[in-house]
Write a protein that binds this ligand. Structure first.
Ligand code: DQA
Length: 155
């Protein structure tokens, strides 16, 4: 049952490099769902939570930075799987800090059970939280957590 008194929220769902290949990319690690299927599940979960999800994937760091800047005034929060940029990108970290929108970091795989270079996230210190290791559930749990956070801070 939807609560009709809630203002709909707008959430940017950002997917970083190589996530366009989900479904065929290392399915033993990332699962068999395609990015389109993950986005559909996110949109369905968002509908239940009265949040409209706007997905965008890019392999280009600058496009991700631009999209984060453009989120200001358009979206209330950001759900991000920055892919490999998680472990390398000061620019993405700074963009999130600059717009200061509540951001939840998600990963399909458990980055702490993998290679050492995946154990550090530049995004984590500017995110309200991180969910890693639950496959597509990481995204859905991340969206729930983000919406809960935003609703709690609504006046
Ligand atoms: C990932 C983990 C990253 O280390 C990797 O570079 C990815 C996907 C994940 O969702 O598990 O591209 O973010």
């Amino acid at each position: 049952m939807l609560n009709s008194t809630l203002q709909p929220l707008s959430i940017l769902a950002l997917h970083g490099p190589n996530l366009n290949l989900l479904g065929q990319r290392e399915p033993g690690i990332y699962g068999s769902l395609t990015l389109a299927e993950i986005n559909r599940l996110l949109e369905e979960e968002g509908f239940k939570l009265q949040a409209k999800v706007f997905p965008l994937q890019s392999n280009h760091e600058g496009i991700l930075v631009d999209t984060i800047h453009e989120a200001l005034g358009q979206h209330q929060g950001i759900l991000i799987n920055a892919g490999a940029y998680t472990h390398t990108s000061v620019a993405l970290r700074d963009a999130i800090a600059a717009v200061n929108l509540p951001t939840v970091e998600v990963h399909l795989s458990n980055i702490y059970r993998r290679e050492d270079f995946r154990h550090h996230s530049y995004i984590a210190p500017v995110a309200i939280g991180q969910i890693s290791g639950f496959g597509v559930q990481s995204y859905l749990l991340g969206l729930q957590a983000l919406v809960n956070h935003l609703r709690k801070n609504e006046t």
